[in-house]
Design a protein around this ligand. Structure first.
Ligand code: CP3
Length: 349
């Protein structure tokens, strides 16, 4: 690496190098726990307006990096921009989460666009370019998409549904219809990730938030198979792509995931036993995780202890310190500062 290209600790870890101090970022690090985000959100109007206005989305992306000095920025967007680009109506109601027109049957799936509308996603790529220009050189920019299964759960039910019953029922009753939906999501996600990578993101993460509700066979077919295809097709177009997988709730299926999905790192949720996870994942795959968002919310000695456990459990490995699920909006900013101090001091002394 030349002198003009400073080391990005996050990319070092993704490349298999062990950092004395692990790189740190948080899931949903841009969000409602930050007063500057709430002010920006008010200026933007709707949540999707914020996602699709590059100057504002770039500002949201940069806010947590400027405030805390994280080692990575995550592109400000949402996994549900893909259904939107496939022609499904997507809205975010304040405090209620996403609302989509549910895909009730095969005809509704047929009515979706066959391919994503690139003009819808063009502003996201512009956000990437703006962020890249403003980001400190050692800070990596992470792009992302939702995994087809997780995105399908919102598309079929129209919202977050308990146990993801509507999507599972559709997949079991009408496998051909479900297959068609997943094929469109897979192809759209590949194009979307390639677009982000070409615009300048350093790595991408594939969020499979609802992988944990699946039976083993479903996990293989609905989580592993399409995410594997996404990774392979992205790598065919961008051989240097760095990809992080997040099969939330994979549990004992973690080893099948890392054996079959060609990721550079796997993100762990907070329910997994850390020694077990270490044993399942080959040395060639970095680990990312796995602070419990409630520990970060609680703060105090409970938070300090968790941080110590994590640093101890994943010491000596290529590792990225990460919040295992989204930061809770009521999390005090002081807890995030305390966490960073502890991670960065503990290892240096
Ligand atoms: O810092 C970041 O991580 C910002 C980028 C980002 C957002 N959503 C912004 C967002 C990312 C990476 C996501 C991913 C995402 N979106 C996932 C996968 C990760 C996960 O949470 O499991 C999912 C399932 C979604 C879909 C989604 N978007 C839901 C269910 C909700 C409502 C829940 C909530 O927290 O309000 C959103 C809205 C959303 N996406 C917000 C943000 C900052 C809050 C919207 C607001 O400002 O009111």
């Amino acid at each position: 690496m030349s002198e003009t290209e400073p080391v990005k600790p996050l990319l070092e870890a993704l490349g298999g190098n062990i950092r004395p101090v692990p790189p740190v970022w948080l899931m949903r690090q841009a969000g409602r726990y930050l007063p500057e985000y709430r002010a920006l959100r008010e200026r933007a109007g709707g949540f999707l307006d914020l996602c699709f206005r590059p100057e504002l989305a770039a500002e949201a992306t940069l806010q947590p990096v400027h405030r805390f000095g994280f080692d990575a920025a995550i592109l400000f967007s949402d996994i549900l921009v893909i259904p939107h680009a496939l022609g499904q109506r997507v809205e975010f109601e304040s405090g209620e989460g996403p609302r989509l027109d549910p895909l009730a049957d095969a005809a509704a799936v047929e009515r979706l666009r066959a391919e994503i509308d690139h003009s819808v996603l063009a502003p996201v790529y512009e956000t990437v370019r703006l962020v890249k220009r403003a980001l400190p050189p050692a800070v990596a920019l992470i792009g992302f998409c939702g995994a087809p299964w997780t995105v399908a759960t919102y598309m079929v039910a129209g919202r977050a549904a308990e146990g993801q019953v509507p999507a599972r029922r559709l997949a079991l009753r009408e496998p051909a219809t479900y297959g068609k939906l997943v094929d469109r999501l897979t192809a759209g996600s590949v194009e979307y990730l390639v677009g982000q990578i070409r615009a300048g993101v350093d790595a991408v993460q594939i969020f499979d938030t609802w992988a944990g509700v699946l039976r083993p066979r479903e996990f293989d077919e609905w989580c592993i198979a399409p995410v594997r295809r996404i990774c392979q097709e992205v790598r065919a177009q961008c051989p240097e792509a760095r990809i992080i997988g997040f099969p939330r709730g994979a549990g004992t299926a973690l080893s099948r995931y890392v054996d079959h999905v060609p990721v550079d790192a796997v993100s762990l949720d907070w329910t997994i036993d850390r020694a077990f996870a270490r044993g399942q994942v080959p040395d060639s795959v970095a680990l990312q995780g796995n602070l419990d968002p409630v520990a970060l919310l609680a703060g105090g000695p409970a938070l300090d202890r968790e941080i110590d456990y994590i640093l101890h459990a994943f010491g000596g490995l290529p590792f990225i310190f990460y919040l295992a699920h989204g930061i809770l909006p009521e999390t005090p900013i002081g807890h995030v500062e305390r966490m960073l101090r502890q991670i960065r001091q503990a290892v240096q002394t």
